[in-house]
Design a protein. Sequence first.
Length: 253
Amino acid sequence: MRHCHGALRGAGSAVVIGAIFIGATPAYASTSTQTPVAPTGFYGGFSDVTAVSATDGWAVGGNGNGLVQRFNGASWSIAASPDLLDGGANTWAILSGVDSVSASSAFAVGRATGAGNTGQSAVALRWNGSAWSRLAVPRPAGTDTSLAAVKAFSPSDVWANTTAAPPLATLSSVTARSSNDVWVAGADANGTPALAHWTGAGWSVTPVSVTGGVGLPSLAQVTVVDAATEWAVGSQWDGATGQSSAIAFRVVG
């Protein structure tokens, strides 16, 4: 499994700042229907979802030991998955990202917290069509690691973004058009929002500047729109008022 990290270099992409406003009530062309899910326990909840068809999907989250459920076209049911607590070595675990290639290939990522304040370690799982299994994830000595999101192009070409990957100090989202065109959103060591782009040959960084507003901005998600455009969204928190406002960016180039 490849992690989105490494030496990032400056880039020349243009960033257009946008804003989101709540206006008149829109006309709704679609409807949503809640589907039954299996009980998830006191700490249950989903963090991410993926689907290969209308009758085959995966959702992951946390119930203290990671949570995996599968959709069969009508309802969700709990799927057996490896023990992320490692028999008591960890006290808490959660899965935060999942992506599927086919009905027989999927990947999930997250983190586990060690017992006795021994820190955080990234976890990763793989579905081979019949069972979920653990994947080894490197953890440098003395560091905390975690995986926040995953993108799979094939069973042997998988990207996962960590929450710490210098020189971006935090990463929050990953998206891609192909294995040679990958975008991640996050922030640098100063907390300034930034986007990083992998071209297949190396990384480049696109700084994100917010004009107006008060407080520290952050990016939550990035997505590709077409062959030359990306959108990134997040929020700007004002600690003095306890309020946050939405921010959006269009990246061209």
